[in-house]
Design a protein around this ligand. Structure first.
Ligand code: HEM
Length: 316
């Protein structure tokens, strides 16, 4: 029998809780009596989760491809979960800010360190065949990846480099959105024609992306960081953690990803038709796009380099 006093205290607390909303303690205790025990599989929704993998072809490795994308999307959700909490703060608590960026870094590193499941973990012959059946879908169309970008930094830092140089104080967010770097990557330079992959993506998500751009304009990770005093004792560790995030998301993840493209999307040293129709040898390398979330934390040389040496080694 549990300690009587403990039970009395709990009953009192429950009585207080239910009386606040005009409910009866007795009725709720009776409900508890009939309530079934919670089981792991119900709580985690394991059965539902395991129905979500539906290959389009008979190649076994397509299952690896689907599941790893789903794992990545769940990690993206974890990252957004932390970013949204930081954005909601009126006052910045530096220990919590640091803790959350460190969590984000843990998630990104887990993704980078497991990317070999993709880059070496499938049979190239199978990949090249089942990938054709999935056209024109592409990870390029991952909305959560774009939301992480929008919620991490000022919109201007996501623009293609040539347009970034042209903006003025009167350039609106909607105008900037037309020049976001990933749109350019999926548009024919001569004709201005957008790939079908981009057209589908815009139809589904442009409204959401613009809403997020407005919502996070003054409270994205970078803006929240700028509210921290350089005199704060955690200022330096926070700068380090943000640099780590920038580097692992925008350089290391991109490189791990590029390694997969090099393995599966090249034949006899030449790129073959990619997924979303981008010239991926120009699109995926981090030093071409130069997406940097926290530019004031990097030196000019570091920004110019931005993974260049590693890309050159990889592309040969
Ligand atoms: C064998 C594995 C993979 C290959 C060969 C590959 C290939 C590509 C290529 C060629 C692109 C450029 C856009 C295009 O032409 O479609 C791209 C973009 C992208 N992929 Fe993958 N991908 C792989 C795995 C993944 C995984 C597991 C994810 C996780 C969600 C992912 C997410 C993305 C994202 C977010 C982009 C856009 C990146 C940006 O705009 O900076 N990819 N991928």
């Amino acid at each position: 029998m549990e300690n009587n006093a403990t039970i009395q205290n709990l009953l009192q607390a429950l009585e207080h809780k239910y009386s606040q909303t005009g409910q009866s303690l007795a009725a709720n205790l009776e409900g508890l009596l009939h309530l079934d025990y919670l089981k792991y599989w119900d709580y985690i929704h394991v059965d539902t989760l395991l129905t979500l993998q539906k290959p389009k072809t008979h190649f076994p490795d397509e299952m690896v491809f689907i599941i790893y994308h789903q794992i990545t999307e769940l990690y993206f959700k974890l990252i957004l979960w932390e970013i949204e909490q930081i954005a909601s703060w009126q006052e910045i608590s530096t220990p919590e800010y640091l803790e959350k960026i460190q969590r984000i870094n843990r998630y990104i590193k887990a993704l980078v360190n497991s990317f070999e499941i993709m880059s070496v973990g499938m049979q190239a012959e199978q990949f090249k065949k089942f990938r054709m059946a999935l056209l024109p879908a592409s990870g390029f169309q991952s909305a959560q990846f774009r939301l992480i970008e929008i919620a991490s930094t000022d919109f201007v830092n996501l623009l293609s480099a040539d347009f970034r140089a042209k903006i003025t104080p009167s350039t609106t967010t909607a105008e900037m959105y037309e020049h976001i770097y990933w749109k350019k990557g999926a548009t024919e330079a001569e004709t201005g024609k957008k790939t079908i992959t981009l057209q589908h993506f815009e139809e589904k998500y442009s409204t959401t992306f613009l809403e997020w751009a407005y919502k996070f304009r003054d409270k994205n990770l970078y803006q929240q960081f700028k509210k921290i005093s350089p005199q704060d004792e955690l200022y330096k560790p926070i700068c380090e953690a943000l640099r780590e995030m920038d580097y692992w998301f925008n350089v290391e993840w991109a490189l791990a990803h590029l390694k997969s493209a090099v393995r599966y999307l090249r034949e006899k040293g030449k790129p073959i038709d990619a997924t979303g129709g981008t010239n991926w040898t120009k699109y995926l390398p981090p030093n071409f796009q130069k997406i940097i979330f926290f530019p004031s934390l990097w030196s000019e040389t570091e920004k110019t380099e931005w993974g260049r040496k590693k890309v050159e080694e990889m592309l040969g």
